[in-house]
Design a protein around this ligand. Structure first.
Ligand code: UDX
Ligand code: UDX
Length: 458
């Protein structure tokens, strides 16, 4: 029997890793990933992949050319495929009605129109991009409108992978969510998509539902996760003022199984391409449906995140005698979290921009994200980049750890201290280091949600 053909439109952080894992687990499917971005596809076909994810390179190298292909030929991909996953981006709208909040669905719509134009048979279209509730209905209307001889079934199958652990999350998902129309052809399409995952995921971990609940589940999951981060960051502010310790509080409340221990790390505020975008999307949705109280409730999660990022900068300034002009500050980590080179919405962007406005001389180091950092900061003066953290801290007045990279836990802080200006300030915005040890070395240490440890006379 010929292999069933899967097409994925959008070779980004979601589409690329997801399709690599499907190809690795499903020898009966031939998977092609297409993208309009030629450079991105060239990178997927090279040794240097456009996305850094632990374990991804190995899988891609094994499957590529076997049952995994990367191409820019979107039309041919559509013509030849049986199932299409749509993984194009759905950024926040920057223009017109809903600007700054609503999801910009133009790429989803354009993709649907292309599918309609070039399909050669009946087809399942799987919406993987995060979208507002009821988008599947819109896509369905576009596909079924007019005179196409083919029938389309739109399925919602949101992706819950987190960057940095994408391969682990995809290989061992907590759950797979698949939503379709509550009718015979909808149910058949849900079963067909489910069959792909059943190659490696236990059936009891595959949740099937209606399309709208599936779409809204994804927004809700991200809103709840982001809310936890904002909640613990709000408590961190109380800790810094009172002398309580947020790490101990996370431990104490996380031991309650009703609360759970995960997503209770205070830090510089959440980043990443999803949380802010998806909450804004939810807020807009609530406003549109006449639910202002609900909109305001979720909007507060973002307000708290902005406050957290601003608070980090105020604390740095205050601890450095209210001036950083001309002072060298080493920023360790620019990615929005460890184990990724992604800098979208990274708290580092806002922190560096604010410090640059204060005329600090900033040196940024990151093991994976320097290329993106340079792009993000191309308009900012007084910023330089190095992949060597020891070079970054040379002669610095302060170190600001923004990303929780493992290697920052293993640096020789004695050596670093001796190469810095004094008083040497260390702002660990991820609470990855021991404040006692660093204080012993001589640093003034500032952890999140903990009183600063500052040497007398400095
Ligand atoms: C994106 C969305 O941000 C997320 O909400 C959704 O769940 C999945 O898709 P991500 O993979 O991180 O996540 O986005 P990105 O890395 O920007 O990749 C999207 C890709 O789609 C880009 O490479 C872009 O070139 C491509 N694209 C976009 C197309 O191929 N065709 C288009 O019309 C639009
Ligand atoms: C998130 C969701 O976890 C994932 O399910 C969804 O598919 C996409 O959005 P991602 O943004 O890749 O994934 O990473 P995540 O691990 O959720 O972290 C998001 C941000 O929150 C990061 O900036 C991270 O550092 C921060 N965070 C997370 C905290 O500050 N504290 C925590 O305890 C957890």
């Amino acid at each position: 029997m010929p292999l069933k053909k899967i097409l994925c439109i959008g070779a980004g952080y979601v589409g690329g890793p997801t399709m690599a894992v499907i190809a690795a687990n499903c020898p009966d499917y031939d998977v092609t990933v297409v993208d309009i971005n030629k450079a991105r596809i060239a990178a997927w076909n090279s040794k240097s992949l456009p996305v850094y994810e632990p374990g991804l390179q190995e899988i891609v190298e094994k499957q590529r050319g076997e049952n995994l292909h990367f191409s820019t030929d979107v039309v041919r991909g559509i013509e030849e495929s049986d199932i299409i996953f749509v993984c194009v981006n759905t950024p926040t709208k920057t223009f017109g009605l809903g600007a700054g909040k609503a999801a910009d669905l133009q790429y989803c719509e354009k993709t649907a129109r292309m599918i309609k134009e070039h399909a050669t048979k009946d087809m399942i279209v799987v919406e993987k991009s995060t979208v507002p509730v009821r988008t599947s209905k819109i896509i369905n209307e576009i596909l079924s409108h007019g005179d196409s001889p083919h029938k389309f079934e739109v399925i919602s199958n949101p992706e819950f992978l987190a960057e940095g652990t994408a391969i682990k999350d995809l290989q061992n998902p907590d759950r797979i969510l698949i939503g379709g129309r509550p009718c015979a052809s909808g149910e058949a399409a849900v079963a067909e998509v489910s069959a792909i995952y059943e190659s490696w995921v236990a059936k009891e971990n595959i949740i099937t539902t209606d399309a709208w609940s599936s779409e809204l589940s994804k927004l809700t999951a991200n809103a709840f996760l982001a809310q936890r981060v904002s909640s613990i960051n709000s408590i961190a502010a109380v800790c810094e003022s009172t002398g309580a310790d947020v790490i101990k509080i996370s431990e104490a409340i996380g031991a309650d199984p009703r609360i759970g221990a995960k997503f209770l790390k205070a830090g510089p505020g959440f980043g990443g391409s999803c949380f802010k975008k998806d909450i804004l999307n939810l807020v807009y949705l609530c406003e549109t449906f006449g639910l202002p109280e609900v909109a305001e409730y979720w909007g507060q999660v973002i307000k708290m995140n902005d406050y957290t990022q601003n608070r980090a900068v105020s604390r740095i300034l205050k601890s450095m005698f209210n001036t950083v002009a001309g002072k060298r500050i080493a920023v360790l980590g620019f990615a929005f979290k460890a184990d990724t080179g992604d800098t979208r919405e990274s708290p580092a962007i806002q922190i560096v921009e604010s410090l640059a406005e204060e005329r600090a001389e900033i040196v940024i180091s990151d093991p994976q994200a320097l290329e993106n950092a340079q792009q993000d900061l191309k308009e900012i003066e007084n910023v330089s980049f190095t992949d060597d953290p020891y070079e970054a801290v040379l002669g610095a007045h302060a170190i600001v750890i923004v990303t929780d990279w493992q290697e920052y836990k293993e640096l020789d802080y004695g050596k670093i201290y001796s190469s810095m200006e004094k008083p040497a300030q260390l702002f660990d915005l991820r609470n990855i280091l021991s404040s006692d040890e660093l204080y012993e070395i001589g640093f003034n240490v500032h952890l999140v949600g903990k009183k600063s440890k500052v040497h007398k006379g400095s």
